[in-house]
Write a protein that binds this ligand. Structure first.
Ligand code: PMP
Length: 389
């Protein structure tokens, strides 16, 4: 008798045929600018470890120390018995880092995005969401039960028309600060002004901006000089650890503590993750040159990619879309880049819109100018080869 999951054989074959089947590929060891995969050293151009902190010995030592002090696991949800000293300590640091009154930890950026919109908007309300927002925000909008209106990417005029033309009890605008597959940024100052005029709440996801952009590395909102109602940031990218937080008013954090289901119904972050994040905030403040360094490398990459004919004009972060079109072309480009010693992933639908499959190239403070130049030379060859196919 065929098992009830026998339909998966055909479904998986269907994904393979479309170049959409995903497979895990373990690294042999830690994250870094060069990683070992299957015994081969590759220049790693696909991590989000923008400041090169994920394997920094100071973060590792702080993680160990926090675990020794407060345990390997929190043992319960925050509201039950899992609220450990390191949680409050990290929240206070994050609030001051983000120039906010308060902050509240979430288990991951996915949890934050999945749970916060529902705490702020429900059936009687309307959400306005940038068309290219991260999948977790899209899911969070769905979970909220509010009517969600998607606006064209970064289009403030279209957003204004939608906001003005949509009656609702409360309105919530949600946007990524930096778009993780494109490296461009939302026009936050204009969006914040519009939200103020229209009385709408503004939720900004700073996953890729935190630690990277802004005068102190606080993010894109800091760079744009605005204070959104809700600033979401993650600890798993530039901050080299794991977890996420919302920053905003004390009332907001009180409300989320009582109403955000993805905060309430999950185990608190392990002390090690919080200890590492606290150490990352120390490093960030003490070593501003890390941000400057990744910015310099990004400027070099941007210039090189533009010279190869790729449109990277809107890029503000160390993330570059090398858009190639069809899934198969992006996959083949990734394979050929690997042959030349570069780990760079093909990003395909549903992560990006159909027809815009790409290599997503990201840099960290640990890379070198020579690696950027070698990558650009290899990409030139690979792209020329693919155009001849
Ligand atoms: N928001 C954005 C814009 C992201 O890119 C990501 C992760 N790729 C997340 C949220 C989710 O964060 P986390 O990895 O902490 O779950």
């Amino acid at each position: 008798m065929p098992g009830a999951l026998s339909w998966l054989d055909g479904a998986l074959a269907g994904l393979s045929a479309k170049g959409l089947r995903r497979a895990l590929e373990p690294l042999d060891g830690a994250q870094g600018p060069v990683v070992s995969v299957g015994g081969r050293a590759l220049v790693n151009l696909c991590s989000n470890d923008y400041l090169g902190l994920a394997a920094d010995p100071r973060l590792v030592a702080a993680a160990v120390a926090a675990a020794q002090r407060e345990g390997a696991g929190a043992g319960a949800a925050r509201l039950v018995a899992g609220d450990l000293p390191v949680h409050g300590q990290l929240e206070r640091r994050l609030a001051s880092f983000k120039h906010a009154e308060a902050a509240l930890l979430f288990s991951s950026g996915y949890h934050a995005n999945a749970g916060i919109p529902a705490a702020l908007a429900d059936r009687e309300d309307a959400i306005f969401s940038d068309r290219l927002n991260h999948a977790s925000l899209i899911d969070g909008c769905r979970l909220s039960l509010a009517k969600t209106h998607r606006y064209p990417h970064g289009d403030v005029d279209a957003l204004a028309r939608l906001l003005r033309g949509t009656p609702a009890r409360r309105k919530l605008v949600v946007t990524d600060a930096v778009f993780g597959m494109d490296g461009d940024a939302a026009p936050l100052a204009a969006i914040a002004g519009l939200c103020r005029d229209e009385g709408a709440m503004l939720y900004v996801d700073e996953a890729h901006a935190t630690g990277v952009l802004g005068p102190t590395g606080a993010g894109w909102a800091e760079a744009e000089g605005i204070r959104p109602d809700v600033l979401m940031g993650t600890l798993g990218k530039a901050l080299g650890s794991f977890g996420a937080f919302a920053a905003g008013s004390a009332n907001l954090c009180e409300w989320l503590t009582s109403r955000a289901r993805t905060f309430i119904f999950t185990t608190a972050l392990p002390p090690a993750a919080c200890g590492a994040a606290l150490a990352a905030l120390d490093v960030l403040a003490a070593e501003p040159d890390r941000r400057a360094r990744v910015a310099r490398l990004a400027a070099r990459m941007k210039e090189g990619l533009a010279a190869l004919g790729f449109d990277v004009s809107r890029v503000v972060a160390p993330i570059f879309p090398v858009v190639l079109g069809e899934e198969a072309v992006a996959l083949e480009a990734s394979r050929r880049m690997r042959e030349r010693g570069f780990l760079v992933r093909a990003i395909r639908p549903p992560t990006v819109p159909a027809g815009t499959s790409r290599l997503r190239v990201s840099l960290t403070a640990g890379h070198t100018e020579a690696q950027v130049d070698a990558f650009l030379a290899a990409l030139r060859e690979v792209v020329a080869g693919l155009r001849r196919c």
